[in-house]
Design a protein. Structure first.
Length: 281
């Protein structure tokens, strides 16, 4: 007898769960609202069903008028409007998030077009992890040239690859805000006025880091700047005030890249951040 009662309890629990799942999977639309209204259900009960179920309302004026003609109450119609406005707002936010012509926080973004839709990804600044000279070979050459042999100054970033990966034909967007007060995180985009003040660099990938040369020196002189063989040429156009579309003049090869603010070459003591990304096939 005890086993039989236990079995009935299990069956009851299963039936309750099945009914709950069926209710949660049910979609409430305009026709369902009319049906519930004709059953003389109260506003609170209908609204509770709307909040706990999936909905698919037609919210244009003609459909709302039709619901009113079918005796759907004003309270329920107001809830329909709230749900529709929320859904429209969510869709609009999702569309704007990947729309390069929409205003976004200042910075550098990658725009990728694909079969399943377009994606706009922000490049977050990466801090320079280390600086070093050209190594033992260049130091040896300097010692035998009375200091006239050049030694390279090298900037390093942690990690063999960047966090953001992109394809070889991606387009970049720069967003500037001239009215924005400069801060530590985005002062480049307040001081600079166009991508023309940035340089795109092809970096070398090492075992545990990425690096590029930022200058050369000997015992008597120091020359700062990015060598031409590291630079990647790009073109740009202003598509809206403060929004620039940037594209490499040649297809980007696989490897490690970064944008830097050209007015100040990165070091550990000044402009110590770059906008890095990895190009993959």
């Amino acid at each position: 007898m005890k086993h039989f009662i236990k079995l009935l309890q299990i069956v009851f629990i299963l039936i309750v769960n099945i009914n709950a799942n069926a209710q949660n999977n049910e979609v409430i639309d305009n026709n369902k609202l009319i049906e519930l209204t004709n059953l003389k259900m109260g506003d609170e009960l209908i609204i509770s069903f709307m909040k706990s179920s999936k909905t698919n309302f037609e919210c244009d004026m003609a459909n709302l008028v039709q619901l009113k003609k079918e005796k759907v109450s004003d309270n329920v119609l107001l809830e329909v409007r709230k749900i529709c406005n929320g859904a429209n707002s969510t869709r609009e936010e999702a569309n704007n998030a990947n729309n390069p012509l929409h205003n976004h926080p200042s910075g550098v973004y990658i725009y990728e077009e694909g079969n399943t839709g377009s994606v706009l990804k922000k490049l977050y600044a990466t801090v320079v992890s280390n600086e070093k000279s050209g190594g033992a070979g260049q130091a040896f050459a300097q010692s035998f040239s009375y200091g006239f042999a050049k030694s390279s100054a090298i900037v390093q970033l942690n990690g063999q690859t960047a966090n953001v990966k992109t394809n070889q034909n991606s387009v970049f967007y720069f967003y500037f805000d001239v009215d924005e007060k400069p801060g530590m995180a985005n002062w480049w985009f307040t001081k600079a006025t166009s991508p023309n003040e940035f340089t795109l660099i092809k970096m070398k990938s090492k075992k545990n880091n990425r690096e590029f040369r930022k200058g050369k020196s000997d015992s008597y002189t120091y020359q700062t700047g990015i060598d031409e063989d590291q630079k990647v040429q790009f073109s740009f156009e202003e598509v809206k005030p403060g929004i620039f579309k940037v594209k490499s003049k040649a297809t980007l090869k696989e490897g490690e890249y970064c944008f830097i603010y050209s007015a100040s070459v990165p070091s550990q003591y000044s402009n110590d951040k770059v906008f890095d990304f990895t190009v993959v096939r």
